[in-house]
Write a protein that binds this ligand. Structure first.
Ligand code: SAM
Ligand code: SF4
Length: 333
C-alpha cells in the first residue's frame, strides 16, 4: 500500500484499550479520566479480523498499545492469536512495564507468557530513574515494578527491548546520562522522544518542551561526539547515534523539531474505539467500527482501509498550532 506522497504503509499500530493503571500528565490529564464503555471498544475478534484483512494490503508489522494494553483482560490469548497471523513478520507491544513481572498461570510472569505467545519486541516507557520523579510523572508509585518488569522482560528472551523516555524540560536534563548508563548496563535500546501536543494538558507548555538536539548536546558534553548511524533503523522514525567507545546506540525521536520526520512514515493507527487514523498528528479519523458492526464484508473493509490511506497527509500538523482533540491515551501512542 502506498499513499499519494510515496509513504509505503506496512505498519499498523493498534490500541486495544483506553484504560491505564498510570496517569502520565502528558498522556492522560486528570480532567479527562472517564473510560469508554465496554461496547464502545473493539472486541478482540473485531481487531483480529481487521488486522488479518490489513495483511492482504501489505501490513506486515503490528504494535499493540493502549492505554496500558496489559490491563485488558485475556490480552495474552489475544496476542497469541495475533502472532498466529501468518503474514505478520513482527508483532510488538508497548507497555509501561508495571505488569510485566506479574505472575500468570503456567508462567513465571507476564513477560514470559508474552514471549511464549510470540511477541518479539517490547517497548517499555521509563522517563526517569528517580523513584519520586517517576511517581510525580505517572501519578503512581510504581517505579520498582517497572524495574522488575524490565528484568522479567530481559530474562524472557525478547529479540529487542526498547526503553522510551519522553523528554521534559526541568525533569529530563539530569536523567539523560543515568538513562543512557542504565540502558547500556542492561542491554536495552534507549530512545528519547520529544513531547507532542496530543492531549489537552497544562503539562504540554512551551516551557516544558525539550528538543532532542538539546538532549543530544547535553549527552555529548559528557560522553563525547555521538555519531549518527544512518544505516541503523527500526520500524519507527527514530534517528540513532552511537555512543563513543562502546557498543551502544541511542535513538532520538524528534517529532516536533525534525522537519523530515514524516518522510519515511509507514504507519496507520487503529484506536480502541475503532477509528482508523492515517496520522497521529492530524485530526483525521474514520469510523471503521461502524462499518464492521454494520456487517461490512472483507472487500468493503479493504476499500475502507484504502480510502483512509488515500487521505494520509504528507506530514503531521503538530507544528501548525495543532489543537489536541483527543487524549493520547485514547489514540494509542
Ligand atoms: N501505556 C503504554 C506506555 O506507556 O508505554 C503504551 C501507551 S503510551 C500512550 C505509548 C507511548 O506514548 C509511551 O512511550 C508514552 O511515553 C508516549 N506518550 C504519551 N503521551 C505522549 C506525549 N504527549 N508526547 C510524546 N509521547 C507521549
Ligand atoms: Fe498510561 Fe502509557 Fe499513557 Fe502513561 S503513557 S498514562 S502509562 S498509557
Amino acid at each position: 500500500m502506498q499513499d499519494k506522497h510515496g509513504h509505503r504503509i506496512s505498519y499498523l499500530r493498534v490500541s486495544i484499550t483506553d484504560r491505564c493503571n498510570e496517569r502520565c500528565g502528558y498522556c492522560m490529564p486528570a480532567e479527562l479520566q472517564e473510560w469508554l464503555p465496554r461496547e464502545g471498544v473493539l472486541t478482540y475478534e473485531e481487531i483480529l479480523r481487521v488486522i488479518d484483512i490489513a495483511t492482504q494490503l501489505g501490513i506486515t508489522k503490528v504494535r499493540v498499545t493502549g492505554g496500558e494494553p496489559l490491563t485488558r483482560r485475556d490480552v495474552v490469548p489475544f496476542l497469541k492469536k495475533l502472532c498466529g497471523i501468518k503474514a505478520l513478520r513482527d508483532v510488538g507491544l508497548s507497555t509501561n512495564g508495571t505488569l510485566l513481572s506479574r505472575a500468570v498461570p503456567g508462567f513465571r510472569n507476564t513477560a514470559e507468557a508474552l514471549f511464549a505467545a510470540g511477541i518479539k519486541t517490547v517497548n517499555i516507557s521509563l522517563d526517569t530513574l528517580d523513584p519520586s520523579s517517576y511517581a510525580a510523572a505517572t501519578g503512581r508509585d510504581y517505579f520498582d515494578r517497572v524495574i522488575d518488569g524490565i528484568d522479567a522482560a530481559r530474562q524472557a528472551g525478547f529479540e529487542r527491548i526498547k526503553i522510551n523516555a519522553v523528554l521534559m524540560r526541568g525533569r529530563s536534563e539530569e536523567q539523560l546520562l543515568p538513562l543512557v548508563e542504565f540502558a547500556h548496563k542492561n542491554d536495552l535500546l534507549l530512545r528519547f522522544i520529544e513531547l507532542m501536543p496530543v492531549s489537552i494538558s497544562d503539562v504540554l507548555s512551551e516551557s516544558s518542551f525539550l528538543p532532542v538536539a538539546e538532549a543530544r548536546r547535553g549527552l555529548e558534553e559528557v560522553l563525547g561526539n555521538l555519531e549518527r548511524r544512518e544505516d541503523f533503523r527500526t520500524n519507527g522514525p527514530a534517528s540513532y547515534f552511537k555512543v563513543p567507545g562502546r557498543d551502544q546506540l541511542v535513538g532520538f525521536i524528534g517529532a516536533m523539531t525534525n522537519p523530515r520526520f514524516c518522510e519515511s512514515c509507514n504507519k496507520l493507527r487503529l484506536t480502541c474505539d475503532g477509528k482508523l487514523r492515517p496520522c497521529l498528528g492530524s485530526h483525521l479519523e474514520f469510523d471503521l467500527m461502524k462499518e464492521l458492526r454494520a456487517g461490512a464484508s472483507d472487500s468493503e473493509v479493504i476499500e475502507f482501509i484504502e480510502r483512509v490511506v488515500e487521505r494520509k497527509p504528507m506530514e503531521h500538523d503538530f507544528r501548525e498550532n495543532y489543537q489536541p482533540g483527543r487524549k493520547m491515551i485514547a489514540i494509542g501512542g
